[in-house]
Design a protein around this ligand. Structure first.
Ligand SMILES: Nc1nc2c(ncn2[C@@H]2O[C@H](COP(=O)(O)OP(=O)(O)O)[C@@H](O)[C@H]2O)c(=O)[nH]1
Ligand SMILES: [Mg+2]
Length: 360
């Protein structure tokens, strides 16, 4: 799963990318360059499973991260460089929008000053406008072609696009539209950015870390349709923490009043906003977690490991994590009747420890 970091220039996108990927040298960042990295989703349950199965190694699930240079919303479609960055953003499955709250006058800020509400409004309206241009172009094209060929375009596509146009003209993101599956399918190819799942990270000033809840509440009341998607962190402080030897980090956190690591907070937000779950696997060689969308059946979940599991699925042998916490071994779970055999209709749950039987 690929997550793009977007926002205005100097909002702190690259700083956030460095924190989430554990990079410490954003000085290596070249202007205008797209950077790719990996966000490791740490999970204590994997450590526990490793002990229970006595596995040689452990691996956590990952998310791909993309540090996108400030999007240049140029209206001229011939501008190749700008459209390349937009294209990268379109290819992401979800977005993290960074909003500047830190003051630091040495870092150039937008003409309206340092104002998170204005910054979000400005950036959002650019996204909306970009989508509106795409929608209008497509509608004009369908209308022109339908004069020549009666059945040009899928039936119903133009109606869905007109609905999108109306929403965007009302300055609302497409995510506020309640589209049925069929309509969603019709517009999937456009990869509309205002339709993607998104979380908002407010990059706090060092002096306002303790006001995080208040700042986040204010933004949530200004943007009610995105309630629950905001999180406040201070990129500067987090970077300083990462540069410290591990033993000194906790003390520094306490001094700064930062309870939880930023990476953990962002990961939790992503998991809840994107409706993801993690299932686990254990064995002699490896204990591991797998990140998947919620609601998948056992064979579809197995695809995260290998497509053969889905193709040749026989059954899933499942231990609930809560049972493993009590009995601490696979055999004990079996003895206690906590080893469940599940078929292809089984919907995988967060924390399921699964052994897949398959045959290809
Ligand atoms: N004081 C302060 N400076 C920050 C903070 N976050 C980023 N900066 C600085 O702002 C500048 C721009 O940040 P950067 O992450 O490169 O922004 P980008 O343009 O969105 O990628 C850098 O010099 C950062 O060190 C912060 O929380 N506090
Ligand atoms: Mg940058």
């Amino acid at each position: 799963m690929k997550i793009g970091i977007i926002g205005l220039k100097n909002s702190g996108k690259s700083s956030l990318f460095d924190i989430l990927t554990g990079h410490l040298s954003s000085s290596s960042e070249k202007p205008g360059e797209v950077r790719n990295g990996i966000l490791t989703v740490k999970d204590d349950r994997v450590d526990f499973i490793q002990e229970c199965f006595d596995s040689k190694k452990k691996s956590y699930s990952n998310l791909e991260l993309v540090d996108l240079p400030a999007l240049q919303f140029v209206k001229n479609p011939e501008d190749r460089n700008a459209s390349k960055i937009l294209e990268e953003a379109r290819n992401c499955d979800a977005l993290i929008q960074v909003i500047r709250e830190f003051s630091n006058p040495a870092v150039p800020y937008p003409e309206f000053g340092v104002d998170p509400v204005q910054e979000k409004l400005t950036f959002d309206s650019e996204l909306i406008l970009t989508n509106l241009i795409t929608v209008e172009n497509r509608i004009s094209r369908i209308e022109a072609m339908q004069k020549k060929l009666k059945d040009y375009a899928q039936p119903g596509e133009i109606e869905v696009l007109r609905l999108c146009k109306k929403t965007l003209e009302d300055e609302k993101p497409l995510s506020t539209l309640d589209l049925d599956n069929n309509s969603q399918k019709m517009i999937r190819g456009f990869q509309f950015m205002t339709l993607k799942p998104k979380i908002n990270i407010v990059n706090l000033d060092e002096s306002r870390i303790e006001d995080s809840n208040e700042i986040v509440s204010k933004l949530e009341s200004e943007f009610p349709s995105e309630k629950g998607s905001f999180e406040g962190i201070c990129c500067q402080a987090e970077k300083e923490i990462l540069e410290l030897p591990e033993g000194e980090r906790v003390e520094f956190r306490n001094e700064m009043g930062i309870k939880e690591g930023a990476a953990q907070k962002v990961v939790e937000k992503l998991i809840t906003s994107l409706k993801l779950i993690r299932f686990l696997t254990g064995g002699d060689t490896e204990a591991r977690s797998w990140l998947i969308p919620h609601g998948l059946t056992a064979p579809a979940a197995g695809r995260a490991i290998h497509t053969d599991i889905e193709k040749g699925f026989i059954r899933a042998e499942v231990i609930k994590y809560s049972d493993m916490l009590i009995y601490k071994s696979e055999n004990k779970c079996k003895d206690m009747g906590c080893y469940r055999l599940e078929g292809k209709e089984y919907i995988v749950d967060d924390g399921d420890i699964i052994y897949f039987r398959f045959n290809v």
